[in-house]
Design a protein around this ligand. Sequence first.
Ligand SMILES: NC(=O)c1ccc[n+]([C@@H]2O[C@H](COP(=O)([O-])OP(=O)(O)OC[C@H]3O[C@@H](n4cnc5c(N)ncnc54)[C@H](OP(=O)(O)O)[C@@H]3O)[C@@H](O)[C@H]2O)c1
Length: 308
Amino acid sequence: MRPAAAQGPAAARRAAAPDTRAPLRVTVLVLGGTSEARALAARLAGQPGVRVISSLAGRVRDPAIPAGEVRVGGFGGAAGLADWTRAEGVDAVVDATHPFAETISAHAVAACARTGLPLLRLTRPGWQPQPGDDWHQAGSLAEAATILPSLGQRVFLTTGRQGLSAFAAPPSAALAELWFLIRCVDPPSGAMPANREVLLARGPYTRDAEHTLMRRFAIDVLVTKNSGGSLTEGKLAAARDLGIPVVVVRRPDPSAAPATYGVDDAVSWVRGCAREPGARVPGARVPGARVPGARVPDGPGPARSAGE
Ligand SMILES: NC(=O)c1ccc[n+]([C@@H]2O[C@H](COP(=O)([O-])OP(=O)(O)OC[C@H]3O[C@@H](n4cnc5c(N)ncnc54)[C@H](OP(=O)(O)O)[C@@H]3O)[C@@H](O)[C@H]2O)c1
């Protein structure tokens, strides 16, 4: 595009004048690693006056890259995150990380308390058992491992590559007898079950494909976190079809931040955090956002992540 001065005096005057139609100025940090975080970044990037910076942990080798600015890697704890937001002139933080990414969510709460920045939790509903399901709830991966030997012999383990040591024998001789199909995005390392095959894959996964996979490997028990999301729930439907029990690891306690399931709500909230150029405003409240510490109810709703 030609510079305004080269397009004539009127264009140059327009370029020099403040844009009173778009007074919005907001810099938002989106803590990401999920597809709902990417959906939010895609909605915000390119909006006049909005600077969106997505943050990825850097765990995945070839991550899906959100729209807008992106930074990768840890901040160095809550204090590092607080310092980083100050240095970047951040006005608002959206924690759109995975429901099981407990540490970064706690750091977001602590950093925003320290800096006074508004914080919104954008998350997704958990899965609910359906008629015909045979679910066995576990409070942790370790508890899931203790339940497994009573349920099956050939395990489809879809809890990601972190925490596989919980399924490495010991703790029990019975666990050591089991065979595991371990599905994750990147190759796992560290302790893991000895009898195993590792399947590297990235969702989404359809019900039919999951059904075929489970039959091919003669799976008789499935293990999953209650991550929620339509893109990876095909395994639950396939397990139901096949009459396979499912060990479901419950979610950790929710973040102590106001929360929403809706990307639309999050966009409105970010816009409500906008400041006049040069001024800082306290955080806006989003209609429907839940009070700090409230548990977001489980139930059906939009689900967007292909992460397990
Ligand atoms: N946990 C899961 O099952 C799962 C599944 C799918 C996707 N993910 C995504 O993968 C990432 C890591 O998950 P996790 O469970 O390992 O996290 P975590 O245990 O909650 O966080 C561990 C540390 O990783 C860094 N970190 C995490 N997320 C970050 C982000 N978005 N940007 C910058 N630093 C981040 C922080 O390091 P510092 O303390 O140095 O800041 C944090 O203290 C998350 O962003 C999450 O959304 C997780």
